[in-house]
Design a protein around this ligand. Structure first.
Ligand code: SF4
Length: 297
């Protein structure tokens, strides 16, 4: 049951992180207008089961007035509201409260902040300052920490005999280009499930300014500017979806088999193979694999 809608409010970001799923950077394009936000919120409300709306990106604080109005609009529709940010504006705890207050007054419930070496290298990072300020304002908070991938020592892995990569990076988007090199690999035939997304019964989707409704970054249910979200959700038949169907029946390995895609012998993990297989299918299924920029194109 769909409970969360995450707005990719903008693809623009002040950073260009190696692990970014979406290839965001200071050169990225695509930002919601306020009118589009309101249209999307109305569609989300019609789904009937959505409780939470998140605003993220890219870096949503780059469009601060739009963010404040979007929080208000979501609250007016009765949604709980979260924000995901890298807190780049935080220069001190006291000053962090200055930019947090308008968001709190607008009704935000939860602030999730990227606090890791990909974003910040100083001990008292802007993320930590913003977290402290948020707590002082009584806001629910959480930190997202992604570290450089490492091969975990034996015993800490999830699956006996399989090389497991620690650090929390997902091998989709820019991480495939920047972080996969030199890591231990697994036989492609072992990659038989999607370990991170509930493609059969998604509890959350990400939506972008172009209207794409992402089940996983770049893998879409359809386009909400062409077909309203409530209809997309109602008509979603995961096993009939040309990409989710194979992923559900046999993971990325089945996706490769079904479309007879060229492939290497081994990959870091399921997402690594899935992302490259989907990239190879972009021209065949542009309605379900979009937008090209999240594939680095
Ligand atoms: S296997 Fe594919 S669909 Fe599943 S989480 Fe990884 S990249 Fe996303």
């Amino acid at each position: 049951m769909l409970e969360q809608v995450h707005f990719l409010l903008t693809y623009l970001c002040n950073f260009e992180c190696d692990h970014c799923f979406l290839f965001c950077s200071p050169r990225s394009t695509g930002t919601f207008t306020l009118s589009q936000v309101k249209q999307a919120l109305a569609q989300a409300q019609k789904v009937g089961s959505v409780e939470w709306v998140y605003y993220e990106g890219g870096e949503p604080l780059l469009f601060f007035p739009l963010l404040v109005e979007s929080v208000k609009a979501a609250r007016q529709k009765g949604f709980k509201v979260g924000i995901v940010t890298n807190a780049y504006q935080a220069t001190s705890v006291e000053d962090s409260a200055l930019w947090l207050k308008p968001l709190v007054n607008a009704g935000v419930d939860y602030l999730s902040i990227s606090d890791d070496a990909f974003h910040w290298d100083q001990e008292l990072s802007p993320a930590k300052m913003a977290l402290e300020a948020a707590k002082g304002l009584g806001l629910g908070t959480g930190a997202i920490c992604i570290n450089q991938p490492t091969i975990m020592p034996p015993g800490e892995g999830q699956k006996k005999g399989a090389p497991v990569i620690g650090g929390g990076a997902m091998f989709r988007g820019r991480a495939v280009e920047k972080l996969a090199k030199g890591l231990a690999l697994r036989d492609w035939k072992e990659l038989t499930c999607c370990p991170h997304e509930d493609l059969a019964d998604p509890g959350r989707v990400h939506i972008d300014p172009m209207g794409n409704v992402h089940l996983c970054q770049g893998l879409t249910m359809g386009n909400m500017w062409q077909t309203p979200l409530e209809v997309l959700v109602q008509d979603y038949r995961p096993l009939e979806h040309p990409v989710c169907g194979p992923l559900l029946s046999g993971g990325p390995a089945q996706l490769v088999r079904q479309y007879q895609l060229p492939h290497e012998d081994a990959y870091v993990d399921e997402c690594h193979l899935c992302f490259l297989a989907r990239k190879a299918l972009l021209q065949k299924y542009p309605a379900y694999l979009a937008p090209p920029q999240v594939y680095g194109l």
